[in-house]
Design a protein around this ligand. Sequence first.
Ligand code: ZN
Ligand code: ZN
Length: 266
Amino acid sequence: MQVPADYHMHTPLCRHATGEPTEYAAQARAVGLTEIGFSDHNPMPADDFDDWRMRDSDLAGYISRVEQARKDQPELTILIGLEVDYLPGYEQWVRDLAQRYPWDYFIGSVHYISESWAIDNPNAISEWKRRDPLEVWTAYFERLTLAAESRLFDIIGHLDLCKKFSFYPKQDCTPLFRKFLRAARENGVAIEINTAGLRKECREMYPSPSILRLAAEEGVPLTFGSDSHAPGEVGLNFAEAVELAKASGYTKTCRFRRRQRQAVPL
Ligand SMILES: [Zn+2]
Ligand SMILES: [Zn+2]
């Protein structure tokens, strides 16, 4: 079996990852990957928006570090993308970012469900304790659906990130998942199996097996990502992820080149 490409990897420019792109690339070769893509956290119009993304002036350095990795590992296909936060009101900023380089893909992620609260931020976990999980999950999935409908992104990142700290609603959220998945399919957006969830409190990949089955049923395209924030995480748990994808009904994954999607047998 060919291991699928790892499209979700960070760099130290986002200020919470370690290791140079060339080290991630060397690790990818060591674990048998043939294709990877970098997707570091995008700059925002104001560099002090938060402290876990690259600054605007880092964009050129990001590209040159990834290009260096390409020179160091000529056998490996290395793509360049970004993980872009979706926040209503910043659509034009994302369109402008897209024009600044011939990117291979944008992963659209919802971390913020308001201007000030990133639901996956461990420093803001107290906010979860003050809220009803259903209210948070609903707000999160509404935003995720808008992200899919915006047509700004090629892949939606870590679909059920709201489970990260294991604050689960008692109610059945299937209608929220379905609404999002239909929007993804109708707008030609892929989702990813993101193995980083296994390393978080929820101890489960994003998305859950039941959501992945729904996604396969709806025909939403699929990519794979480790969400590496250190070289040792590249391609982590991919064999398990492929098994899960197949068990959920997927027979294909996809690859990107300059924001064009192609299907690849799984
Ligand atoms: Zn990160
Ligand atoms: Zn993310």
